[in-house]
Design a protein around this ligand. Sequence first.
Ligand code: 8X3
Length: 257
Amino acid sequence: MKTLQGDRRIAVVTGASSGIGEATAKVLAGQGFHVVVAARREERIAALAEEIGGTAVVTDVTDPGAVAALAQTCEHLCDSLSGSINVLINNAGGAKGLTPVEQADLEHWRWMWETNVLGTLHVTRALLPRLVASGDGLVVTVTSIAAFEIYDGGAGYTSAKHAQSALHRTLRGELLGKPVRLTEIAPGMVDTEFSLVRFDGDRERADAVYSGLTPLTAADIAEVIGFVASRPPHVDLDQIVIRPRDQASATRASRQI
Ligand code: 8X3
């Protein structure tokens, strides 16, 4: 098979403006990747790209036009750097609200399905031909323990994460025989903007999620993704669940209050 393996290995990270995405972009840059940082917040990704010597692309993963432009930029980068797209980190996503099904906020549900599920679909579909052509591709999708657990008030988020995980794991079979590894990272509590977004900027409510325990940090997750990315091409870490020691499940945690 003809491959486009170039001199420079390129990694694309979505949701790179903060948290796990930002930390992962830094780890991958440290490993020598040219990192394309994609997110909606221009100022943040421009500063990050400057810091790590990467490329910032303002991208809303729910917008197919924006994702097509991201893919186009990646094509140009491959040419200008004589590089190949070897890594995609599907990290964009999140939760909104925590309400029972009976009171479901349809806008919240739509946002969660659009961002976590269709966003992953748009970006993966757009970059897959390049990842395959690189001869050594890797797709990491950051889901959540909500991809296999459920909890009261969480159906919008858990159903979206279940679907995102199903989409990702389906690729493992569809791409069998092609040179692309697939890893699902399923974190539990990570102290990022996650809860602040979920509770619409309510700092007190967001902080309460992590009170009395030691949550994971974005860097903890990024370090594991860096390990995944640095394995040889024949080693596929299919699924990795990472929780704080203090968290047994989405609904059971040990808190010292
Ligand atoms: C979020 C996981 O444990 O904070 O994706 O609900 S948890």
